[in-house]
Design a protein around this ligand. Sequence first.
Ligand code: PLP
Length: 402
Amino acid sequence: MYNIEHIRNDFPILSRQVYGRPLVYLDNGATTQKPRCVVEAMVGEYYNVNANVHRGVHFLSQQATDLHEQGRETVRHFINARSTAEVLFTRGTTESINLLAFCFGEAFIGEGDEIVVSAMEHHSNIVPWQMVCERKGARLRVVPMTDGGELLLEDYGRLLNDRTKIVCCTHVSNVLGTVNPVKEIVRMAHDRGIPVLIDGAQSTPHFAVDMQDLDCDFFAFSGHKIYGPTGIGVLYGKEAWLEKLPPYQGGGEMIKKVTFEHTTYNELPYKFEAGTPDYVAVHGLAVALDYVSALGMENIYAHEQELTRYAALQMGEIEGMKIYGPHHDAVISFQVGNIHHLDMGTLLDRLGIAVRTGHHCAEPLMHRLGIEGTVRASFALYNTKEEVDALVDGIKRVMRMF
Ligand code: PLP
């Protein structure tokens, strides 16, 4: 049963006030709030289990290691990877992509090669690849999109050639809410033997993802956007690819044998996990994934879809309202008349409504749309129609002030 009142009670922060008004938190695309069970699991681990993982023979270390590796299995199951060897822990989507860009770049990218990204990428799926291009003398190619915010697949097909070494594309746009046809994108790249990275930062919180079904070669997401702690994320990679990549950072955990003359590396996934991992955050992430799984990703999706449709309908009736993108997912980016997005965001904040304003770490997309920024409302499993009403009333109130 999807009981929104019960669900909201799991998130203590949702009952707080800001400026003497009930908090309406609509900045979930940036980060989500944490249910009690996640925070309590992490506190419980620090109070009762804490010890460094993988290295100790003592009881606590083994218990902490078990929790850590169970966490990896929880992630594997959640994304339906074939093996836990394919699940690497990182600090988040950004670090996952930087890891891949560095390692893949070292092994497979050279002078004159091409890397394909899309017009609607977050900076974290552009800049690491630009850095590889600079280092290796390669070139970034961009899949264009329509004015409505959909990728142009025919143009994408024409971009692929013998020099294309990897395709990097977001599953869901953090600005437009566009759900990209990633299976088709993967299929078209695979027809030419080109691997694909999917940025899943904005898809994993909203609907079920399945690595074997998507068939992508790499997939990145962040724990904090799916009700888990900050500082933890995942890079999924097909085993065959990960085996071929050199390590990222050197240090403890990632080695098999070290001498001053020569070092051999550990097996997967540890080859890519140098140093003490954030095992407490891994445990927190696993509890968060169990939490959303218990609610049912299909129920979360249905709830958020209904909210997004309801919001789009209400907002669409406001005079001067411009909504960007097809808002297929739980995101609505908008501008009203010539009210600056920063003014709108600041005044909504005074009404207790938290939204995000600006370029949303997607400046090239803003250039494509010919704007400086937008106001973005993004929904989560705990948002309500009453909160959408508060947003709509808030926007109208701000308009009256101008
Ligand atoms: N990719 C997308 C589509 C995002 O929306 C975000 C964060 O907003 C990121 C990547 C970066 O995630 P993180 O800051 O957790 O590394």
